[in-house]
Design a protein around this ligand. Structure first.
Ligand code: ADP
Length: 432
């Protein structure tokens, strides 16, 4: 029903009174003015009640009114009720959200476009030493670690940042920034102390274990070599002694690789950088590979002799050797191995080791760099592998901010590529 249908009978009644009075007493304008005055005063009084009701207590029942005013009061009252219930719903939702974020094990902060804190949870106060009153302030002014500030400003958030805890000395935080919406950022900080402690324990255990194993293995090998030299024994024990010697060498190789890996993983073990003449290094590794191949493979080397690299010679020699020796070991007799060292169009230094060997089934490729992961464990052992070669390559690549890519076609061969960042490249002219 139209709201005016409430009011129309009243207006008509008033007009009828005006007409009647005019007919009875004359002065139609006087009666009309009087009727309009009464109508305006009524409107004014109702308007006043409306303003007072809205100002003082719109949640309470509206004042009694008639006609269009009853409609106005009721509509506003219903709207007010709906609005209040929606606010309550939102408040409940917000309370639930705050409860869940308080239960989060990580510090969580919402930053706006300018890096001002819009919201933070309880852990953020605990881990980063922030206060609720810090909301609205720039986070760089509150967490002043220069590494953090640079990370925040740099805008490259693919990799998380590890930084010392600003509140608890000795603790480490892992900070992640996730951009979302319109230039907003979600900052999540996790306490890594426990995990790091466990990781250190694991690393120390392997390093100590490998270290302890060294001496008994050396003693065993020493005795075994003396026994092998003893002609009286070799007739009867020749073969078993040979097998024992091979197995001890295998154990020593695994042990050495484990030790090497734990050294690579140790964050305290800084990289010893030097300018490496990669061409000379590869020539020397190729000679070793030829000795391993015993002339059964065609090993080719294409080098850009002017391109040198900044890095650890010891680590890179091991990584490059692992790739090249793998190529020899997993390529049947008569196959070809190509070693290439060059600078790409983007300025990165690239080492490629390609073989025409057995290839690797596609599903194994993503897992090849895991420790002791082998496509065929029996074959790897038979070839003298430790199962740690590619794990070492991957770690060395990471330590040099390089990327390892593996491509392979079963039955056709494999290609292992290490791509070094352009800033690690040294041109020969610069050296002289
Ligand atoms: P391993 O000591 O067993 O060779 P690696 O970590 O060096 O250990 O290599 C892991 C596995 O990857 C190997 O067992 C082998 O199955 C596969 N692999 C590595 N290099 C090659 C290659 N050039 N051709 C084919 N398979 C390879």
């Amino acid at each position: 029903m139209s709201p005016w249908s409430y009011e129309l009978p009243r207006i008509l009644l008033l007009l009828a009174i005006v007409v009647l009075n005019s007919l009875l007493f004359g002065y139609p304008f006087l009666w009309l003015t009087l009727a309009m005055g009464i109508y305006i005063i009524r409107e004014w009084l109702n308007l006043n009640r409306l303003v007072t009701w809205l100002r003082d207590n719109p949640e309470e029942l509206p004042p009694q009114a008639h006609g269009i005013w009853e409609h106005v009061f009721n509509t506003l009252y219903r709207r007010e009720k709906r609005y209040r219930s929606r606010i309550k719903q939102r408040e409940r939702r917000l309370a639930r959200f705050q409860e869940s974020t308080t239960a989060l094990p990580d510090a969580t902060i919402i930053l706006n476009k300018r890096g001002n804190i819009e919201w933070l949870n309880k852990r953020a106060r605990e881990y980063l030493g922030l206060k609720n009153s810090d909301m609205g302030n720039r986070i760089e002014n509150l967490v002043r670690n220069p590494v953090f500030v640079e990370y925040l400003q740099h805008g490259e958030y693919e990799e998380p940042l590890e930084m010392p805890s600003p509140t608890t000395p000795g603790n480490t935080l892992m900070v992640r920034i996730i951009p979302y919406g319109k230039s907003r950022r979600l900052l999540v900080a996790r306490d890594m102390t426990r995990l790091q402690r466990l990781e250190r324990m694991r690393r120390d255990f392997i390093a100590n274990f490998s270290h302890e194993l060294r001496t008994p293995l050396t003693v065993l090998r020493g005795y075994l070599e003396s026994m092998q030299d003893d002609i009286a024994l070799t007739d009867e024990w020749g073969e078993p002694l040979q097998t024992m010697g091979n197995q001890i060498r295998r154990m020593e190789n695994i042990n050495d690789d484990l030790l090497f890996l734990s050294r690579l993983e140790n964050p305290d073990n800084r990289r010893q950088d030097e300018d490496i003449d990669v061409s000379a290094l590869l020539v020397s590794i190729r000679e070793d590979a030829q000795a391993l191949s015993q002339g059964k493979h065609d090993i080719r080397l294409e080098c850009d002799p002017q391109t040198n690299l900044t890095g650890s010679q010891n680590e890179l020699r091991t990584a490059f050797s692992n790739l090249i020796f793998n190529a020899v070991r997993y390529t049947p007799e008569g196959g070809m191995i190509s070693i290439r060292w060059h600078v790409s169009d983007e300025g990165n230094a690239v080492l490629e080791v390609e073989d025409t060997g057995e290839g690797i089934p596609r599903q194994h490729i993503p897992r090849l760099t895991e420790r002791f992961y082998r496509v065929d464990a029996g074959r790897s052992r038979e070839k003298g592998g430790t199962g740690l070669g590619l794990a070492i390559v991957k770690h060395v690549a990471n330590r040099h901010h390089a990327r390892l890519d593996i491509e392979s076609r079963l039955g056709h061969g494999s290609l292992f590529r290490i791509t070094f960042p352009a800033k690690a490249v040294i041109k020969h002219d610069e050296l002289s």
